[in-house]
Structure formats: C-alpha cells, structure tokens
Design a protein around this ligand. Structure first.
Ligand code: UFG
Length: 327
C-alpha cells in the first residue's frame, strides 16, 4: 500500500515506518523534525514539511497516489498542553482536521491515528477497557479525543474508515539498538532513569510517593515501541471504509516508578541516585490497559511482556547512542 506517515521520523513513527517498509509497503514520511530525527528513517523516504502546510500535504497525497494515512504528527507533552493549549489545539486538532478533510476530498479511505491513554483521564476502573468513559484531564487528551470523534463522524458519513490506537507508555528501542528514544527535553521516566544510572544526570526525581498504589508511586503500563509499531501494521490491514476501530495498546501489566528504577539498576548494574519529590500535576495514580480487544480482533500479541526485556533494549540504544541521534 502507498502510505503517508506524518510524524514518521519521531520515536513511535520511525519504528512503525521500519515495519511498514519491511512489510513491502511504499512509505512517504512527512515530518517537520520538531521532535523527529532525519537519521531515524531512510533518507529516500523522507519529506520535510509541516502539518500546517496543507497544500504541501495535499500535493503529496495526489502525486504519491497515497492510499492510507498514518497520523503521528502531534505535540505530546501533557504539562505544556496545560500552559500552551493553543499550540495543541492548533496542531493536534485544527491541522489534523485539515489533513483529514484532504483525505476525504482525495478519496483516501484508510486512516490510522495515534491516540493515547490520556483520553481516559483519571480512570474509575483499572485495567481500563476501551468502553470506559473518556474524560481527559488536560488539553492534550482533549485534542486527541476530539480528533477521535471527528474520525468517527467521517466514518459514519463518507467512504472512510479508521483505527485509533490509544497508546499506554511507549518504551524501549529497536532490538538491534539502531533507532530509539531521543527527546529534547527528555521528560519520560525510563530514559531519565537510564541517564541517572550513567551519570548523565545527577539523579532521578520520583514524582510522588503517597499515591494509593502498592509502593506509593505511580503505576504505568510500559509497552515496547516495536509492539506498538506492529499494532499499526495490523490496524491498517484491518481498516476498510466504514470501519470505526478504537483499541488500547498496552501489555496489561503495570509497574511502579520504583519498580522501573530497580529494573534499570538490574539491567545496567549501576546504582540510580534517587530523590523524592512532590506529585506532578495531572498524573493519574495508575494507568494499565485492558488490551483484550486488540488481541482478539487484530491478533496483536506483544513480544515484550516483561519490563526487564523492554529496558534491556532501551539500555542497548543508550549505550550505542549516548547522545541520541546527535542531530
Ligand atoms: N516520573 C517520575 N519522575 C520523572 C519522570 C516521570 O517519577 O522524572 C513518573 C511520572 O510521574 C509517571 C511515570 O513516571 O507516573 C511515567 O511518566 P512519563 O512522563 O514517562 O509518562 P506519562 O505516564 O506521564 O505519559 C505518557 C505519555 C503521554 C501520555 C500519557 C498517558 O508520555 O504522552 O502517558 O497518560 F499522555
């Protein structure tokens, strides 16, 4: 299939692009390199451009005779979305809606969307099923949910189908250590803990130790980035006009912040200096997926079900790329 992947040079995007290419698809990566890295994708697949430039996108859709769009390009920092919601509404919603409508006008009927567990807000029920009422607690989650709703309305009215994948916590790197996670600034737990283990940071701060969880720290469902990527390949194969698919993508098992730190110590053989800090605003105590639907309906099964195996791949990437992509 001829696929346009927006944000395809980013962390999850680049791992997904690699799997689409391995599967024989014809992929065009569209990325403004705000958070992506040119070296994360094959040069001949890369087109530099911004989502706001809808004419550029439209041109690519037509000239490359695109049959499906996989849409990653988005801002994804929860804290920033609270202080700068305009940035999130403009990019994640307004420009995404423009892209969606150009798909419609150009007769492109297949769409896979990067959604998030943030649509659930603070869930009443953990593990969280897809049927849990969405109730985001920050602008980031609001923009993702709003776009999911637009997708559903389009699929109800036009010859168009979609799959929205609600990611839990993406982690790890390609098993050969060739591509991995490189954010500036880094805010995610696993890379921060690894950087504290190697001395690149003086310590890692635990955001809150008084949560109603077994050890008082937040619990998250860490899912390997290659397993997330595989979910996109399966999702695209399943999308047909009229399809309205929404799946959680998580392993279904939660680990606390302290467990992550202990596992990094175990994998690296290094002590991680830790400080205890206050809670970070907007952090739900526990986010764990109920992921039976994607297993049953798409045949998805994570290859990495154990945190240690996930962190081993992240560690390999950090050792071979101590400064990330160095771009
Ligand atoms: N944490 C710390 N110290 C740090 C960084 C993180 O204790 O220095 C904790 C957080 O409080 C949280 C856990 O580690 O409990 C994981 O934090 P991350 O920032 O790695 O990930 P989040 O769970 O906050 O966010 C992820 C995605 C978001 C998405 C969200 C869904 O990065 O894009 O899951 O709620 F919205």
């Amino acid at each position: 299939m001829r696929i346009l992947v927006t944000g395809g040079a980013g962390y999850i995007g680049s791992h997904t692009v690699r799997q689409f290419l391995t599967g024989g698809h014809d992929v065009t990566v569209f990325d403004n390199l705000d958070a992506g890295h040119k070296r994360a994708v094959p040069a001949e697949r890369f087109v530099g451009g911004d989502l706001r430039d809808i004419d550029h996108l439209d041109h690519l859709l037509v000239v490359n005779r695109i049959e499906a769009v996989v849409h990653f390009a988005a801002f994804a920092a929860v804290g920033e979305s609270v202080t700068h919601p305009a940035k999130y509404y403009t990019n994640n919603l307004l420009y995404s809606l423009q892209l969606l409508d150009r798909c419609r006008r150009n007769g492109i009927g297949k769409f896979v969307f990067s959604s998030t567990a943030a649509v659930y807000g603070v869930p009443n029920e953990v593990p969280i099923p897809e049927t849990a009422p969405p109730a985001p607690v920050n602008p980031y989650g609001n923009t993702k949910l709003a776009f999911e709703r637009a997708l559903a309305d389009y699929a109800g009215a036009y010859p168009f189908g979609y799959c929205a994948l609600r990611y839990f916590n993406a982690a790890g790197a390609a098993s050969d250590g060739s591509i991995g996670e490189d954010h500036t600034p880094e805010t995610h737990l696993i890379p921060l803990v690894i950087q504290a283990a190697t001395g690149k940071r003086p310590h890692v701060e635990i955001f809150g130790t008084d949560y109603p969880t077994p050890d008082g720290t937040c619990v998250r469902d860490y899912v390997h980035v290659d397993d997330l990527a595989a979910a996109h390949v399966l999702a695209l194969a399943k999308v047909t006009p009229g399809a309205k698919l929404t799946y959680n993508v998580g392993v279904g098992r939660g680990y606390s912040v302290r467990e992550v730190i202990r596992t990094v110590e175990d994998v690296t053989g290094k002590k991680v200096p830790v400080k205890h800090g206050p809670r970070r605003a907007g952090d739900p105590p526990a986010l764990v997926a109920r992921a039976d639907a994607i297993r049953a309906e798409l045949g998805w099964a994570p290859k990495y079900t154990d945190l240690k195996a996930i962190i081993e791949t992240a560690w390999r990437w950090h050792q071979s790329h101590p400064n990330g992509y160095g771009e």
